[in-house]
Design a protein around this ligand. Structure first.
Ligand SMILES: CC(C)(COP(=O)(O)OP(=O)(O)OC[C@H]1O[C@@H](n2cnc3c(N)ncnc32)[C@H](O)[C@@H]1OP(=O)(O)O)[C@@H](O)C(=O)NCCC(=O)NCCS
Length: 140
C-alpha cells in the first residue's frame, strides 16, 4: 500500500485529527486545540494514502535528551497494515539522541514492544482527569 509521510503542520485538516482520535477511543478535543498541541510539538508525523490523512503522531521534546510521544493513531480501516510502525519509526528517527517515554492505551503495549519500548517500573502520572484515567486502566 502506498503511504506518504509528511512532517509539517500546514495543510492539516484538524477536524480529521479530532475525529480520528474520537473514532479510535483516544482523548480528543476541539480541532483548534489539536492544532495548537501539534504545532507546539517538537516532532509531528502525518501518514497519507492517496491524499487522505490516515494516521499521525507527535512528540514533545527539549530537543536535547528527553522526549515523550502522544496522539499516535491510525484510521481504523488502515490499522494492521504497518502504518502505525511507520509513524513511530519516523518519530524515533527524529529523536534518536533522546530518551523517549510514552504511555500506551491499555491493550496496546505489544505495539510499542515491537518498536523496542520496555515497560517502566517507576512511571508516575499526574493526570488532569485522575479518576477517569484510573477507571480506564491507565493508573493504579
Ligand atoms: C495502535 C496503533 C497506532 C497501531 O498502528 P497499526 O498501523 O495498526 O500497527 P502496525 O500495523 O504498524 O502493527 C505493528 C505491530 O504492532 C502489533 N500491534 C498493532 N496493534 C496492536 C494491538 N492493538 N495489540 C497488539 N499488537 C498490536 C502488530 O501485530 C504488529 O506486529 P508485527 O509487526 O509483529 O506483526 C493503531 O492500531 C491505532 O491507532 N489504534 C487505536 C489508537 C491507539 O490505541 N493508539 C495508541 C495509543 S497508546
Amino acid at each position: 500500500m502506498d503511504v506518504d509521510i509528511s512532517f509539517s503542520c500546514s495543510e492539516i485538516n484538524w477536524n480529521i485529527v479530532s475525529e480520528t482520535l474520537k473514532q479510535v477511543g483516544m482523548a480528543y478535543y476541539a480541532s483548534d486545540l489539536h492544532k495548537k498541541a501539534f504545532e507546539a510539538s517538537h516532532t509531528t508525523v502525518f501518514a497519507w494514502h492517496t491524499g487522505k490523512l490516515i494516521g499521525f503522531g507527535r512528540a514533545i521534546s527539549d530537543g536535547v535528551y528527553q522526549a515523550a510521544v502522544y496522539d499516535v493513531a491510525v484510521v481504523p480501516e488502515f490499522q494492521g497494515k504497518g502504518i502505525g510502525s511507520i509513524i513511530m519509526e519516523n518519530i524515533l528517527n527524529k529523536l534518536s539522541h533522546c530518551n523517549i517515554i510514552l504511555y500506551a492505551s491499555p491493550g496496546k503495549e505489544k505495539f510499542y514492544e515491537t518498536l523496542h519500548f520496555r515497560k517502566m517500573k517507576t512511571g508516575m502520572a499526574h493526570f488532569t482527569k485522575a479518576d477517569a484515567m484510573a477507571e480506564r486502566g491507565f493508573t493504579e
